[in-house]
Design a protein. Structure first.
Length: 151
């Protein structure tokens, strides 16, 4: 019985440690996944942007809901950044994503941290705090786009 339990634990540990690339049958699947995750994040982030820019009335509950979704989604796309998925078309990751992976991961973490701060500010319901947090988050997004995304 003890051997079987150890075997199961070892098997599960091995499966859990497979690289992210194993999640995708083809590189195109990774690209579709990351694009979809970014699109959902951008849609919810954009709704807050409309509020803080005055294009839509500020709605504290809607801001909090959208920020929560955007913060959650900010963690998902990075599993889709696997070797062989850079490109030359606008919006594609540059090849330096893989040669400067530590910097890329650092920038991704910065954006995720700012997105979490935005979600916290939005829960508070103060439009000025949401606006400030939105600006910081947008800056983190722009920083990564400027360095790692084909323009």
């Amino acid at each position: 019985m003890k051997r079987q339990l150890v075997a199961v634990v070892v098997a599960l540990g091995t499966l859990a440690s497979l690289p992210a690339a194993a999640q995708f049958q083809k590189p195109e699947d990774a690209v579709k996944y990351r694009k979809a995750a970014f699109q959902v994040m951008a849609m919810h982030f954009g709704r807050i942007g409309a509020m803080v820019s005055g294009k839509a009335p500020f709605d504290a509950a809607a801001a909090a809901s959208n920020a929560e979704v955007a913060a959650f989604m900010s963690k998902l796309p990075y599993a889709g950044f696997v070797d062989g998925t850079s490109g030359t078309e606008k919006g594609s990751p540059k090849p330096i994503v893989w040669t400067e992976r530590a910097k890329f991961d650092e920038d991704a973490k910065k954006m995720q941290d700012e997105m979490a701060k935005l979600a916290a500010a939005a829960k508070g319901g103060n439009a000025d705090q949401v606006k400030a947090a939105f600006g910081n988050t947008a800056g983190a997004c722009k920083n990564c786009h400027d360095h790692f995304r084909v323009q």
